[in-house]
Design a protein around this ligand. Sequence first.
Ligand code: FEO
Ligand code: CA
Ligand code: CA
Ligand code: CA
Length: 590
Amino acid sequence: MQRRNFIKGACIGSMVAFFANSKLLASSKKLLTFEEVKANTDDKITVPKGYEAKILISWGDPLFKKAKQYDESKNIDKNAVTNASLSFGDNTDGMNIFKLSKTRAILAVNNEYINPEIMFKHNGKNLSKDDILYEQNSLGVSIFEIEKRGNFYSVVLDSKYNRRITAHTKIAVSGPAKSSVLGKEKFVYGTLNNCANGKTPWGTYLTCEENIDDFFGFNDNEFKLNENLKRYGFSKESLYGWEKFDERFDISKNPQEANKFGWVVEINPFDKNSTPVKRTALGRFKHENAELVIDKDGTVVVYMGDDEANEFLYKFVSKHKYKKGVANPKILDEGILYVAKFDGKEDDFRGKGKWIALEFGKNGLNKQNGFDSQADILINARLAGTVVGATPMDRCEWIASHKESGQKELFVSLTNNKARTQANSANPRAKNIYGHIIKFWQKNTHKDEEFFWEIFVLAGQPDNKSGLYKGSKNINTQNKFNSPDGLKFDKDGRLWIQTDGNYSNKGDFEGMGNNCMLAADPSSGELKRFLVGPIACEITGLAFNEDSTIAFVGIQHPGENLAPSTFPNGKTPRSSIVMIRKLDGGVIGT
Ligand code: FEO
Ligand code: CA
Ligand code: CA
Ligand code: CA
C-alpha cells in the first residue's frame, strides 16, 4: 500500500500501474549498508563514519618532474602557459580507470572548462593573450599513471602514459561527416568542454564535448548567425572571450571552426603518441557522456544525452560487431544515430517510446527540410531531432547501464529545466528546479526501436513543498537533493548519483546543503547520501579501482564565483580528485 504514494500528490489509479512490476522491492538484498551522511555546507569532504578521503591531484599539480608546483601568486607568463600543459587541468569531470597491473593503472580525466575568476589575480576581468593561452592549456584531458602506495594511490610523475590534451592538440576526424568537418584540412586542433565520458571494451577512452559555444564569438558586427549556430547557442560575445585574442574562435572569420567541436572523441590512453579521433557518426550536440553497451550479437550501442534545456536523448547503433579484444575503428564510424520520442500519459510516470533514425532520406530528413546529406544531419543533429519529432527533455546528463539487470536497464539523469513551459509525461514538472532520473529499457535487444521507461526518482523538497515538487516517495528529509548529474553503477549494482545543483541551502533548496554524491538501490529505490563536497563545488566524475575499495571522485569548481572556499589546502580553491576508502578496506558503499 505504501508504494502507492511513491509519487506524492499523483492520482492513486496511475500509481497502481506505476508499481505493477516493482516485485524487486521485497526481494532485493540490502545494498546500501553505509551510515548516511547529513547534508551540510562545510568547506570540506564529508564521508560516512568508517571512511576517509584523501586528495589524489588538484588543478595545477605536475604530471611531469619538469613542471612547477601550482603557483599561488598566479603570475601568468610564457612559463606558466607551458607549465599548464605539463600539469593537471582545471575543472575535473568525467574519468575512467585503465588497469595496468594489480597496483598500477591509468586515469583518463576530463578537464571541462576553466574558472577565470579563480585562475587570475584580475579575476578574469583583464584578460591578456597569455591568459587565453594559459586557459587553453588548462582544459581538455589529463591522462596519467597512478600507483597504489600504502592505503591510497599516488600520481606517477613522468610515467610513459602521462599526457595532456588541450585546445591545441592535433586531432583526427572520422565517420560520415569527416570531409564536411575537415574541408581541405587533414586535422582539427583541440577538444573543448570535455564533460563526461565513456569507455570502450577495446581499451579506449571517450571524452565528450559539451558547451562548445562558450569559447566562440565574433568581432564583425555584420556577421549573422545561421540557424545551426543559433540552435547550438553561439552568440556575439563568448563566455570566455577567446575570439578577442585568437582568430580561430571568431566565427565571423572562421565559421567552419564551430563544426569541429561538439563531438565524442576517442583516445587511446595506452599510447601517448596516438592521435585522438572525433567520431562524427555519434552526432554533434552538447554531449554529456557516452554509455557504451555491447548487445548479445556484438552490436555496439552508445547512449548519449544532450545537456541543454529541451534538447534530446540519443543512441548510436553500430553496423559492425565487436569481437572480443579487437579494436575495430569502423565500429564507431558506421551505424545509425537515433533520437528518442517518449510517449505516455501525464501523471503516469511511465510509458513507451520510439527511437527514430536520423538517416538522410528518411523521416523527413531531406532537402526540402534543409538537409543535404548524412553529414549535414550529424553536424546539425539537434535540428534533425526536431524534424523527426523527438521529445524535448529536462537536460539529459549522464546515462548509466545496469548490467546486472535482466532487462538491461539504463538510467538517465534529467538535471533540471527552468525553461520548460509545458510538462510532458517524461518531464512531468513545468518548472523542474529539482530534476529527476528516468529508467528505460528495451524488451529484446539494445537495437529495438521501441523502448519502455519509468521515473526512478523525482528529486524534490518533501519539507516545504506540495504536489510533485515534494518529490517521489524515495525522497526524504535526510536524502533530499537537487540536480542529479553524474550517474555510474559500481560492480555490485549500486547506482551512484552526483549532483550539480543549487547549493544555497535556502528556500526551495533548504536542507540540501552543498553538492553531494548519493547511492541508490536500483531495485528498491532506496537512496542515501554518501558524500558532501566543499563550498560551491559540483561533484562530477567517478571511477573505482578493480576491487572497488577505492573510489575516485571529482570535485569541480570549489569556490566558483568567488564563493568562500579554500578547498583543498587552505589556499586558492582548486578542482581536485579525491580518493575515498573504507578504514577496514571494504567495498565502497558497504
Ligand atoms: Fe558538463 Fe552537463 O555537465
Ligand atoms: Ca555534468
Ligand atoms: Ca550539470
Ligand atoms: Ca560543471
